[in-house]
Design a protein around this ligand. Structure first.
Ligand code: HEC
Ligand code: HEC
Ligand code: HEC
Ligand code: HEC
Ligand code: HEC
Ligand code: HEC
Length: 354
């Protein structure tokens, strides 16, 4: 090696030793500057709204007022629920009987209990689980929320199984009101008097026991005596087209004492159509009903209290008697179907006056 080269080699060796010494210094330098933010990620798909919507309706606090309303209602505490031990009454007057009837098990072809010829040993009022069971779907957005009502099916009537009522319209798209129709329809105890032959009234209980509300709303099962007033079409009443049992009786409450599970009609529903406030009565109803009453008392078919007097009557008297008792049993003072009720009253009165 030449001396000049040897010197260069030494310098190189020395400086690399210095360099080594320097880089192995244990004291860290100050942190560098923050890097630039990365690009935003892609949004994930929307999640399901968990159980919030379910809990809103299923919580104890939401249910408490419903339970209170129910307990004070006729469904919760009416006296007639005691009648449901009898095989022929259980389908409408006994929580168990109603469920058996809807299941089609333990009933005969007329819907009477067969489990035991004596009916049921216990009779309870219809309860939450009598009217409700399971949701048909949890896809409320597409399928609607049925509120787990036990049945939405149309009802073939007890008094004439060839006639069906199916209450569905904008106020009740799924047909929850059909639940009510099962019980609030006439019993099959008596035939409706026809227009020609004499008719024998066999009992003081003659008439469409006790809940002809659904048939009046539909505009059927009166004795349609011919006369100057025209009968509106079946199912054509304004109240049948645009409202329903549940919209009028279970709509939003005004003050806690009506609507919902009190089952008292709520004015909030009436004013969606009667924008100046609901008319409190069907025009002329009270006078016309009184007039019909007086004519029937004179004809001998009812007593002063309005109960039927057994006997054989002309077709017209028997028909008018059926209509009178039907309107009394309906208990809505004609409101369920004003035009149908006006026609029944007017034509019955005319028939008796002539
Ligand atoms: C608008 C009110 C309402 C909403 C919302 C609602 N439910 Fe219900 N659900 C009811 C009613 C009423 C019943 C009848 C039984 C009862 O009283 O709990 C019922 C019954 C049930 C039952 C069967 C009865 C039982 O107790 O086992 C299940 C399960 C159920 N709901 C789950 C859900 C789920 C899950 C959701 C949300 C996806 C939901 N519900 C949303 C009103 C509602
Ligand atoms: C299981 C049969 C049954 C079903 C279903 C039923 N009801 Fe009733 N309802 C009755 C009976 C029976 C009474 C009379 C109870 C009593 O006072 O003894 C009654 C009473 C009533 C009353 C009060 C009557 C009064 O004189 O004060 C109203 C209003 C009513 N129901 C409306 C409805 C509506 C609306 C529905 C449907 C959401 C419905 N009901 C479903 C059997 C039923
Ligand atoms: C098709 C259903 C149905 C059947 C079957 C039925 N009922 Fe009723 N009953 C009702 C309804 C609905 C009411 C309530 C009507 C109302 O309040 O307007 C009622 C009301 C009553 C009332 C109270 C009436 C009043 O004026 O306070 C008695 C009592 C009664 N029923 C007894 C019976 C007996 C007894 C039987 C069996 C022989 C029977 N019911 C069969 C539906 C039925
Ligand atoms: C006579 C039948 C009947 C009985 C008894 C009944 N429900 Fe209902 N319930 C219905 C009907 C019909 C609807 C749907 C009303 C509507 O569409 O506006 C409903 C709606 C509901 C709802 C959802 C809508 C609301 O009102 O917030 C809840 C919650 C509910 N019921 C709980 C109960 C509970 C709890 C009980 C017992 C304490 C009970 N129901 C008893 C018929 C009944
Ligand atoms: C247009 C609204 C409306 C519709 C629809 C309707 N109701 Fe009514 N309902 C009333 C009014 C108003 C009364 C009279 C209430 C009163 O005088 O206290 C009444 C009375 C009754 C009564 C007598 C009980 C009482 O409180 O005096 C029963 C039971 C009843 N309705 C059941 C039903 C059933 C079941 C349906 C469906 C088939 C139905 N209603 C449809 C408004 C309606
Ligand atoms: C969907 C709309 C609608 C709703 C809701 C409604 N009504 Fe009506 N109402 C009518 C129509 C339409 C008539 C006229 C008769 C017809 O077309 O059948 C009428 C007629 C009447 C009449 C007869 C008036 C007369 O001069 O004879 C009375 C009473 C009445 N309604 C009371 C009520 C009550 C009470 C409520 C609430 C519980 C109510 N209505 C809810 C549409 C409605």
């Amino acid at each position: 090696m030449k001396p000049a080269n040897y010197l260069g080699f030494l310098i190189l060796l020395l400086s690399s030793a210095l360099f080594l010494n320097c880089t192995s210094d244990p004291i860290a330098g100050p942190p560098g500057m923050d890097g630039v933010n990365g690009i935003d990620g892609i949004d994930g798909a929307d999640g399901v709204d968990g159980t919030t919507s379910c809990v809103a309706c299923h919580s104890v606090s939401y249910r408490e007022p419903i339970e209170m309303a129910y307990e004070n209602s006729a469904h919760g505490m009416g006296g007639s629920w005691a009648r449901g031990t009898s095989a022929t009454c259980a389908r409408c007057h006994n929580n168990e009987g109603f469920q058996d009837y809807l299941s089609n098990l333990f009933i005969d072809s007329l819907g009477f209990a067969t489990a035991d010829p004596l009916g049921y040993s216990v009779s309870n009022p219809i309860t939450c689980t009598g009217c409700h069971d399971n949701h048909r779907s949890f896809d409320f957005e597409n399928d609607g929320n049925d509120f787990a009502v036990r049945t939405l099916d149309p009802v073939n009537l007890f008094i004439d199984p060839n006639v069906q009522i199916d209450i569905r319209n904008a106020s009740d798209e799924l047909g929850r009101s059909n639940l009510c129709v099962h019980c609030h329809q006439p019993r099959n105890s008596y035939d409706i008097p026809g227009p020609t032959s004499d008719y024998e009234i066999t009992s003081s209980r003659f008439g469409p026991h006790h809940g002809p509300q659904s048939t009046i709303l539909e505009g059927i099962m009166g004795a349609n005596i011919a006369g100057s007033a025209g009968y509106p079409g079946v199912g054509a009443a304004g109240h049948r087209q645009g409202s329903s049992c549940i919209s009028c009786h279970m709509g939003e409450t005004t003050d806690g004492t009506d609507g919902g599970h009190t089952w008292s009609p709520t004015e909030n529903t009436c004013i969606t159509c009667h924008t100046n406030g609901a008319p409190s009565e069907v025009t002329g109803y009270a006078q016309d009903l009184q007039r019909l009453h007086d004519l029937l008392v004179a004809a001998g078919s009812i007593d002063e209290d309005g109960s039927a007097i057994p006997g054989t009557y002309s077709a017209e008297v028997a028909q008018a008697t059926w209509n009178y008792i039907t309107l009394e049993e309906d208990q809505s003072h004609g409101i369920h179907n004003p035009n149908y009720v006006k026609a029944l009253l007017q034509n019955s009165i005319e028939a008796l006056e002539n």
